[in-house]
Design a protein around this ligand. Sequence first.
Ligand code: SF4
Ligand code: SF4
Length: 94
Amino acid sequence: MSVDRRAETSGGELVVFEDEYTRLEVVPRFCKDCGICIECCPVEILEAHDGAVRVTDISACTACEQCELRCPDFAIRVTRKKKRPKNQQEQAGG
Ligand code: SF4
Ligand code: SF4
C-alpha cells in the first residue's frame, strides 16, 4: 500500500513524507526555495510550497537521492526503508 503520509514535529522543524518504502524529510527553515531539487527529481514529485519544497506523491519516489545530493543547504534527507517493488517503480516512472 502506498500512503502519502506526512507528519510534523514540534515547532514545524521537520516535515516528513513517507510510505512503507521511503522516508523523505524536509527542514523548511534550511530550504531557500531555489528549485534545484525540483529540477533534478526524475519523477517530478517535488514542488515549491509556502517557501519550502514538498513531496506531491511519495509513492512515486524511487529513493534515488538526487534531491538530497544536489540540495546545497542540506534541507532534504532521503531514507530507503526497503526496496520498492518493480511494478510500483514502473508506474511511478510513467
Ligand atoms: S534544493 Fe534544497 S534549498 Fe533548494 S528548493 Fe530543494 S530543498 Fe530547498
Ligand atoms: S529521492 Fe529521487 S525520486 Fe525521490 S524525491 Fe528525491 S529526487 Fe525525487
